[in-house]
Design a protein around this ligand. Sequence first.
Ligand code: BG6
Length: 484
Amino acid sequence: MALSDFDLVFFGGSGDLAMRKLLPAMYARDVCNDLPLEARIICVGRDHMSQDAFIAMVESNAKPHVKESVDDQAWRTFLQRITYVALDASDKKGFGPLVEALRDESLTRVYYLATPPSLFARICDNLAANKLVTPNSRVVLEKPLGRDLESAKQINADVGKVFAESQIYRIDHYLGKETVQNLLALRFGNILFEPLWRREWISDVQITIAEKIGVGNRLGYYDNSGALRDMLQNHLLQLLCIVAMEPPASIAPDAVRDAKLQVLRSLKRFTPTTLAQNIVRGQYRSGYVDGQPVPGYRDEPDAPKQSKTETFVAMKAEVDTWRWAGVPFYLRTGKRMADRLAEIVVRFKTIPHSIFNQPTSSFQPNSLVIRLQPDEGLSMNLMAKTPGDSMRLKQAELELDFREQFKAPRMEAYERLLLDVLRGQLTLFMRGDELEAAWEWVEPILEHWEQDDSSPVPYTSGTWGPAASSALIGRDGLQWREEA
Ligand code: BG6
């Protein structure tokens, strides 16, 4: 679907996200001729800077993040779309330069708030006060969307005063990843899996997002957040929702979002006792990643020496529905781990009886691995006969590499999501009630940790996390896939 002409406004337009992700994503779409000829990008920042100085900044800070080699002519055309507007977003009277930069009201207007959430309410109010919110306007909210249920509700209420729910795009960039959408295709575009996609046939599900990087230069944000807020409440729960949701009637935004909401509302609540048994939090210590020595979390520049912020979480969650009762969903995420990896592993039950001269216990259960990172693909483990004259069965792998299979160029998550905003496609964005339901489930964990004197358990950088994480899944007679 061709896009109609738009004004896209990035608040936080000179910030890190705009430079690393948003502008490179828009360039990538531009070079593929997805953007209308006249479409404009308005970058709003606090710093007074000339247009030329800003363009120089884009050259040095955004251009290196363009994933393919840059076409000089296309890059010059792209830069011409950009206007820099300096204003203090919290000052109602200061919006004049933005009013001037925006074009006709009939065009699609997108206000992308890549700013701290503390500014969301002010920006929305000021847009309204300056009569900049038109029926064709949309607002995009970047994470962190709150730090608990109350603050998430406040964001929803503040933004909701100015924009209708159908105009609000809450970003979770994991939903923009190709494989996540492929999971929808796999589940609902094939007859094969759906009959098996339930407690009778599935024994457990593992969802892992492991990173090699540490906290980097984001300590100020991260130390107030931690892995539960930063990764689990959003990315991991969204993946869980897509694995566990009932088939929606269509791909329409509310059909999908209703189905995801049902999952979030069916997650079994933790009590202080079940929480202690089923959740492990860790914090990285020094170690080696890719052979290079790295400091521990508390030794990162500016880190509080007694910080209790978790950089790792593993948990056993349950979805209390007819379909999933009793099936453990093991969720795990951490920084400074052994590898960069994001994957979903669905393990099926073992065969009920062996007709071969091998005990049933020698049959590996079938499993489906859906890989998001580092490469995108899908593999299915099956038992197959080994060549030769005896009937010996061994595990074999059926592999689907999306990159090999489909030669079409890939889109980064932000490219896909920005296009969806510009098209007015809400399916891959969280609805307000979903956001609140996710926080509601996470909140007892946060409260418990706040009251609890204990600290996260240490783990060595470059490993798969604390031993307690292996023990958590080990209690059920299982192992994390990489440790099996
Ligand atoms: C962000 C988190 O949402 O996701 C970061 O704030 C994390 O801490 C990042 O590093 C991971 O995203 P990706 O796409 O690199 O897996």
